[in-house]
Design a protein around this ligand. Structure first.
Ligand code: SAM
Length: 295
């Protein structure tokens, strides 16, 4: 047991402790990544809350856990919470797991932890794999300071703003994306950050066909245009070197373009000039030409 401030803690805790919520990391592909401590907790708590009982049932079968499972996901978490808190209140212990990785990182967990803490129950994390940090540390991109975006919002107005923020971010940014949306997102990032921005995509981390694809947005996009995205992907995007890069917003760039055309410049020449000036892609500017942004 570690010393805390030079003193031995009063008593060593035997796990699982009564009235404790355990947030347990599970493998993101390779079953060998389930830690001995996680295995022990998953065999001894009173109940395991999980996203998908069938999927987690397979993991529990492998480790020969007989602990009952209760589904806990984004559609039922509100109604399940009181049930889980009641177990903690009766001196039971609960483990929360997700389909893969660390609960609370783009998976259910945050809300349950919040209410458990609010009710003064102990919350303990049994750390395990997380796709975001796993991808980051093998990307070769700066990891001293980084930020995590998870999945980008779907609503167009919020998404455009988020893409704009990401393009100005100086730290490495980590993004999750599904295979069928990957090319669309890469095209958006190529427009907002420019094709030359460093990028590495981690595919199928910890699995048999694990792969790293890089080195720039342009190269990654080209790769996936030729090789249909299959599997799971985590994007690691280099930060901007220059805070001034793409310093004007998309609508400002389009306004400049429209003004130049009104002054008599040919469309394709205007798109090229504004592309050189702003860093936005000529083709993208050209495709937006008929949008009237000037008020
Ligand atoms: N809680 C999980 C964690 O800690 O990594 C993340 C869950 S989130 C719902 C699922 C996303 O994580 C996937 O769409 C993908 O972007 C990323 N991901 C999960 N497993 C991965 C893997 N083996 N390789 C690459 N990315 C992965």
């Amino acid at each position: 047991m570690d010393l805390i401030n030079g003193q031995q803690p009063k008593k060593e805790r035997l796990e699982p402790c009564p009235g404790t919520l355990y947030i347990v990391g599970t493998p993101i592909g390779n079953l060998g990544d389930l830690s001995p401590r996680a295995t022990s907790i998953l065999k001894t708590v009173s109940l395991i809350a999980c996203e998908d009982t069938r999927r987690s049932g397979q993991l529990l079968k492998i480790i020969e856990s007989k602990v009952p499972l209760l589904s806990y996901h984004k559609h039922n978490f509100k109604s399940r919470q009181s049930q889980l808190l009641e177990i903690l209140g009766n001196d039971g212990s609960v483990a929360l797991i997700s389909d893969a990785g660390l609960p609370g990182i783009n998976d259910p967990g945050e809300e349950l932890v919040r209410v458990a803490r609010f009710k003064n129950y102990d919350v303990i994390c049994i750390p395990g794999p997380c796709a975001a940090t796993t991808a980051l540390v093998i990307s070769g991109l700066p990891s001293e300071r980084f930020c995590f975006e998870g999945f980008l919002p779907k609503k167009q107005s919020i998404r455009r703003k988020r893409l704009d923020d990401i393009s100005h971010e100086t730290r490495t940014t980590i993004i999750y994306e599904s295979p069928h949306q990957l090319i669309n997102l890469l095209e958006e990032l190529s427009i907002s950050c420019g094709k030359e921005r460093p990028m590495q995509i981690a595919r199928e981390l910890t699995k048999r066909y694990e792969q790293m694809i890089g080195k720039t947005i342009g190269e990654v996009l080209q790769y996936f245009i030729t090789n249909k995205p299959k599997g799971e992907f985590t994007i690691v995007l280099g930060g901007t070197k220059n805070k001034q890069e793409n310093k004007i917003s998309e609508s400002e760039a389009l306004n400049k373009l429209n003004r130049l055309i009104k002054l008599g410049e040919k469309s394709n020449t205007a798109a090229r000039k504004i592309s050189e000036e702003t860093g936005y892609e000529r083709k993208w500017l050209y495709s937006k030409l008929h949008k009237k942004l000037d008020k």
